[in-house]
Design a binder for this molecule. Structure first.
Ligand code: SAM
Length: 340
């Protein structure tokens, strides 16, 4: 799906995005062969994970968390009790959790992660430092359906799990750094919808457990596409939104973090956002002709465009400028997309 209006809008209004789009066109279309070869090599090295590779990744995630903290103070959220309580929704290897523990040695850290047996990463954060660790596929929890019956016709109906991990806790900070893994063993009909299922699942879990005034940090890709743009606009209604991208790590990728602070869980905007995320998860999981999920990607681009145009959101997107600049600067130096 091409997000014609959203891209065109940013192309006109944001010089850094216009620069980035030109590199993307070069790397993804004009130099397609070189670009494809680069991404293929990148995928192969990501999939061939060794313990050494996992340790390097763990250290890198700690550094990303520290850099995010320097720019957004993400590790110093509001706390009701003075003792910080953190939920890491897609934790392994655990760099973010380790950085939170470094900052708050007496903090209470709880985590969820995809089991290694299903293709998840090895957890490297010391287990005795955690208050809890649940190993499960977070997109397969019954609670995401908010009381609705899981359709009996769904081929994996029996695999939706009944437990509600940490449901009765309130967290000052929730990390949602889940990334769809090629190593994750899952049914083929999930391929098109998995990114949307993972984003919505993480947010539903985080939003139903975050304390009033707390913080959620969410990994997203492409601020100029429908879902990230919609999430940034929507969260701006009930929290203070910042966007962050590490200067050096994954600089040429489109990934960035939304850090939403002072979340007002009592607000109408919060309730509406949660309801909409549940509908998106349901459609991505049970929608479509076969009842195994449909990607509603971009269905309401017009309404997202109206939200972007709303002056209340202008600031959130102004904060997006460094994200586009970092990626454009990094792509400029590549062989497949660059001009230097
Ligand atoms: C980028 S890594 C997270 C790194 C982590 N923030 C850190 O600091 O080390 C992405 C994580 O998402 C997890 N993940 C992906 N799909 C998942 C799912 N369906 N359920 C639970 N975790 C999932 C992966 O197992 C992996 O641990």
């Amino acid at each position: 799906m091409e997000y014609r209006y959203i891209k065109a809008y940013f192309y006109q209004k944001e010089p850094e995005f216009a620069r980035l789009l030109e590199y993307r066109i070069r790397g993804w279309h004009e130099n397609k062969e070189k670009g494809d070869a680069h991404f293929q090599a990148q995928r192969q090295s990501a999939d061939a994970s060794s313990l050494l590779g996992e340790k390097y990744f763990f250290k890198m995630m700690i550094e990303i968390a520290r850099e995010m903290h320097e720019q957004t103070s993400v590790l110093s959220p509001n706390t009701a009790s003075g003792k910080i309580k953190v939920l890491d929704v897609c934790m392994a290897p655990g760099g973010f959790t380790a950085a939170a523990l470094e900052e708050h040695p007496r903090g209470e850290l709880y985590a969820i992660t995809l089991p290694k047996s299903m293709g998840g990463h090895q957890a490297l954060v010391p287990m005795d430092k955690l208050r809890g660790l649940k190993e499960l596929d977070i997109t397969m929890l019954r609670e995401l359906a908010d009381g609705d019956e899981i359709p009996k016709t769904h081929p994996e109906c029996a695999n939706f799990r009944i437990e509600k991990p940490y449901k009765f806790h309130k967290f000052d900070l929730a990390f949602c750094d889940g990334m769809v893994l090629r190593t994750h063993k899952r049914a083929t009909y999930r391929e098109q919808t998995e990114r949307l299922r993972l984003t919505t699942s993480q947010l539903i879990i985080a939003m139903t457990r975050v304390a009033n005034g707390g913080t959620i940090a969410l990994l997203q890709h492409k601020l100029d596409s429908w879902m990230p743009a919609r999430i940034v606009c929507t969260f701006s209604r009930f929290s203070k939104v910042q966007v962050f991208k590490p200067q050096k790590k994954h600089a040429s990728r489109s990934s960035f973090y939304m850090v939403a602070k002072y979340i007002d869980t009592d607000s109408e905007g919060f309730r509406e956002c949660l309801k909409r995320l549940r509908e998106d998860w349901w459609e991505a999981t049970f929608g479509g002709e076969g009842g195994t999920g449909r990607c509603a990607d971009g269905d309401d681009e017009d309404s997202v465009m109206r939200q972007i145009n709303d002056s209340a959101n202008t600031n959130a997107f102004r904060l997006g400028r460094p994200v586009w600049k970092i990626q454009a600067d990094a792509l400029a130096k590549t062989e497949y997309a660059g001009s230097e």
